[in-house]
Design a protein around this ligand. Structure first.
Ligand code: 9MR
Length: 365
């Protein structure tokens, strides 16, 4: 199937993309697998369906895919008790046809909540508990055959003061409608429900902004470790930590504190994976595209290397291309100067960039 897609499209691929798709050089999935690692990316089902060039690239490059929105509450349970699985099934069908694995994302998050959810949670603890349980058990019954790893909870750690998005005064857990409704035991509750619903599923806690060499990233690493240690002390089921890896080049990076953190997680018996790698360029850009791309590849390369030194074997980017990325589309994240940020392996025209070459080199070493 993968071969047929690629051959069928070869004549229509743009320059650069054609080179990669037609070349007999191995894709990232093949390179990574040969070294006992995995490479993957986030996808959106409607983009895969609408864009055969993109879907050929995803088929060639990724061993793992994660739905960018199809697994979130606002898609899956738009109204209370009405479950909508078709978008997620589309991703699962694509993966099956390409012999790819799918990660699930996310069973509990404070964003992408359907409008009914926060008011319903606020109505009382027992109702909130029931809503959480129904959602997780219904979703896991649906995905059991095709998804063996889910982000059970996403972004639950409070942002310490001084970061981009401070939420002071809330302890280790971010103040959310979930915390308000269920109290600090809600993370454990979600993990236990998931374990019971699908006993061999890999249960992952996914977190962002824990990589840089800043006091507030260190404070967040410490919070996450405290939360994880507390869970494990109470024998709460937990298998893996997802480090999102939305890198920001304006932040200093030094491998030592980050690697120490990964090793501390590994010492607790947990797997660690990079789940959402992409790169935000600094406010002041290098004067040429070549200079910018080289800087992105270098910054990401240091992060990749440190992650591997810390025991990471699975690496997913949050999309393959700069086109349609949240880095470009999301107000407050998109650059104020209007420049399209070049933080993905392929540019907006699906041409491979130095970051793609850096990934290939990384997976070959
Ligand atoms: O990239 C995603 C964007 O398209 C969605 O609008 C948004 C809300 O559902 O979520 C974005 O993905 C986020 C991911 O789910 C969790 N980590 C941060 C990602 C970027 O915001």
């Amino acid at each position: 199937m993968q071969r047929r897609v690629l051959l069928g499209l070869a004549g229509t691929l743009p320059l650069g993309c054609t080179a990669v798709a037609q070349s007999s050089a191995p894709g990232l999935r093949e390179l990574a697998r040969a070294r006992g690692m995995s490479f993957g990316t986030a996808v959106r089902s409607e983009k895969l369906e609408a864009d055969p060039i993109l879907s050929a690239l995803v088929a060639r490059e990724a061993d793992l895919i994660v739905p960018e929105w199809e697994g979130k509450w606002d898609v899956i349970q738009p109204e209370r008790g009405r479950f909508e699985f078709e978008p997620l099934r589309a991703v699962m069908r694509f993966a099956q046809a390409q012999n790819q694995r799918v990660r699930g994302h996310a069973l509990l998050w404070h964003e992408a909540m359907p409008r009914w959810l926060a008011p319903a949670l606020a109505e009382g603890q027992s109702q909130a508990q029931q809503i959480l349980e129904t959602h997780i058990t219904t979703v896991l019954a649906e995905t059991r055959a095709g998804i063996r790893d889910w982000d059970v909870v996403n972004e639950v750690i409070a942002a310490p003061p001084g970061g981009d998005n401070p939420t002071p005064g809330s302890g280790d857990l971010r103040p959310t409608p979930w915390l308000a409704a269920l109290g600090p035991g809600y993370v454990e509750r979600a993990l236990r429900i998931a374990r019971q619903a699908d006993p061999t599923l890999r249960l992952t806690i996914n977190e962002f902004a824990v990589y840089s060499d800043t006091p507030w990233a260190q404070a967040k690493r410490d919070s996450l470790l405290r939360v994880v240690r507390g869970l494990l002390e109470r024998n709460c089921p937990l298998d893996a930590i997802g480090i999102q890896g939305h890198l920001q080049m304006r932040e200093p990076f030094r491998p030592e504190p980050y690697v120490a953190f990964l090793r501390a997680l590994r010492a607790l018996g947990l797997a660690v994976l990079i789940t959402e790698l992409d790169v935000r360029e600094p406010d002041v850009l290098a004067p040429t595209i070549e200079g910018r791309d080289a800087a992105v590849a270098e910054y990401a390369g240091a992060f990749l290397q440190a992650s591997r030194d810390g025991g990471v074997r699975s690496f997913l980017t949050w999309g393959l291309t700069d086109r349609d990325s949240w880095l470009v589309l999301e107000p407050g994240v998109a650059r104020r100067d209007g420049v399209v940020t070049r933080g993905h392996p392929y540019d907006a025209e699906l041409r491979p960039k130095p970051l793609r070459a850096r990934l290939a080199q990384f997976f070959s070493a």
